[in-house]
Every structure is written in structure tokens, then in C-alpha cells.
Ligand binder design. Structure first.
Ligand code: PXP
Length: 252
């Protein structure tokens, strides 16, 4: 869909919820057919007031497939946030589909999920042309990074308008460590915002751990997938998204 229409869907000041629908496709692919269809999930997310659809086209196509992208874009007016590795293949696909946003993620074939943040600091020269070509095409670039000052500084040097802070360490931590991880996210959201970068966050967020993150005032968007799709098995996707939305609103 057109970028302008996607931008119109964004309400400034509100903590947006982007729903990652990858794992609907994981279940579909387990049997090789076309059910359950991630497009139907995207339609439900739109109907229930989600703010965006996030989908990761992996190199191995383990969940979302190439043809899903255009179908998702055609099915809803919600902005599409395409998660992608920094490769020529993915760049070419992004330029063809022109999603509202592209979130550059690290990708290792053998990992179960995106386990760490992108090393924006160590890969400046590789990332710079990709960020520039996506930006020139009007695609809003986000870098999925660990909540570390050196990665924010790298995002500034790369001219990325958005960073998504990896909340995995926070989500997996307990007790005092969780408080330390939460503070890192809050401090890095503030650092990004002070430098004109819009901070988002995501990974491993659940009903139980979302509220302290949602309460961080600089954060503009959370991207949540696995837990919501898992909950949807028990309560339906509408109810799962509604409950997450209510918890986020309550925390603000
Ligand atoms: N944000 C990014 C950049 C991701 O890669 C992912 C999925 O790996 C998520 C958010 C969602 O994480 P989860 O599925 O754990 O909610």
C-alpha cells in the first residue's frame, strides 16, 4: 500500500501495537498447505484495532513466504513492517514491495528466533548503503539493536529514523536482573529520543512482562508476536490482541 496512507494510520503520541504474524505461517507451513492463513490474521488484527502488521521474511522462508507480503499489503490498510536481514536479496524484495517500514535484523540460519540485536556499530559499512537505499525509496528504516549506547550511536551515524530495542534479555531475566534490563531499555529509549530517533521495542513480550516496558514514555511502538499467536490458540486472536492492547493502555 502507499506510504502516505500508511502514515495516516499512525497516531502520534500513542503507544502503537504491531502484531508479528510470523507464527501463523509457522503453523501453516507445518502441513505445507494454506491454512491457517497469515492474511486472515492480519485482517483480524486490523479489525480489532492493531496498529501494524510485522512479518519477517527469513532467508530460509520458514514462516512468511514471498507471496504473503503482497497478499498482506492488499488485505489491510495497516502499515506493514517488514523484518529483513541486511542482504541484497532482501533489499531487492523490500524495494519491490515498498512496505511502510523495514526493520533490519540480524539473522542466523540455525537460530530459533532473532536471538540478539544487530551489530550496527560493527557493521556500519555494510549497513550504510542498505539504509540509504531503503530510505531513498521512502521506506522507514528501523534497526533492531540491543539496548546499548554504542548501538544507538551507530544508528545515529547511519541516519536511521527508528530503532527497535531488543527486549529479549529483559523478558528472560528475573528479579534484580530484570530491573537492570528494564532500566537499560528505558535509558536507551530516552537516548534515542533525545537524538531524534523514534524508539520501538520488542521480543519476548507477554501479558506478564509488557507493562513496565509499555510505561517507558519515549517508546512509540511495541512489536509482539509469538506470545500473542500462542494465546490466540486458547482465546482467539481478537481477544489476545485486545487484552495486550488493554494492558499497554493501562501501563501508560
Ligand atoms: N521485533 C523483532 C525485530 C523481531 O524480530 C521479533 C520476532 O523475532 C519480534 C519483535 C517479536 O518477538 P516475539 O515473537 O518474541 O514477540
Amino acid at each position: 500500500m502507499a506510504g502516505a496512507a500508511a502514515n495516516a494510520a499512525l497516531t502520534p503520541g500513542r503507544l502503537r501495537l504491531g502484531v508479528n504474524i510470523d507464527h501463523v505461517a509457522t503453523i501453516r507451513n507445518a502441513r505445507g498447505g494454506d491454512h491457517p492463513d497469515p492474511v486472515r490474521a492480519a485482517e483480524i488484527v486490523a479489525a480489532v484495532g492493531g496498529d501494524g502488521i510485522t512479518a519477517h521474511l527469513r532467508e530460509d522462508r520458514r514462516h512468511i513466504r514471498d507471496e504473503d507480503l503482497a497478499r498482506i499489503q492488499a488485505a489491510t490498510d495497516l502499515p506493514l513492517n517488514l523484518e529483513m536481514a541486511a542482504t541484497e536479496e532482501m533489499l531487492e524484495i523490500a524495494l519491490r514491495h515498498r512496505p511502510h517500514a523495514a526493520c533490519i535484523v540480524p539473522e542466523r540460519r540455525e537460530e530459533r528466533t532473532t536471538e540478539g540485536g544487530l551489530d550496527a556499530a560493527g557493521q556500519h559499512n555494510r549497513l550504510a548503503p542498505i539504509v540509504a537505499r531503503l530510505s531513498d525509496a521512502g521506506i522507514r528504516v528501523s534497526l533492531f539493536i540491543a539496548p546499548e549506547a554504542r548501538q544507538i550511536e551507530a544508528a545515529i551515524r547511519l541516519g536511521a529514523p527508528v530503532v527497535e530495542l531488543h527486549t529479549g534479555e529483559y523478558a528472560h531475566a528475573t528479579g534484580e536482573t530484570r530491573a537492570i534490563e528494564l532500566k537499560r531499555i528505558a535509558d536507551m529509549a530516552a537516548l534515542a529520543a533525545r537524538n531524534g530517533i523514534e524508539p520501538h521495542a520488542g521480543h519476548g513480550l507477554t501479558y506478564e512482562n509488557v507493562q513496565p516496558v509499555a510505561a517507558i514514555p519515549q517508546l512509540a511502538e511495541l512489536n509482539i508476536g509469538h506470545y500473542l499467536i500462542g494465546e490466540a490458540i486458547f482465546v482467539g486472536l481478537e481477544n489476545a490482541v485486545r487484552r495486550m492492547r488493554d494492558l499497554m493502555d493501562e501501563a501508560r
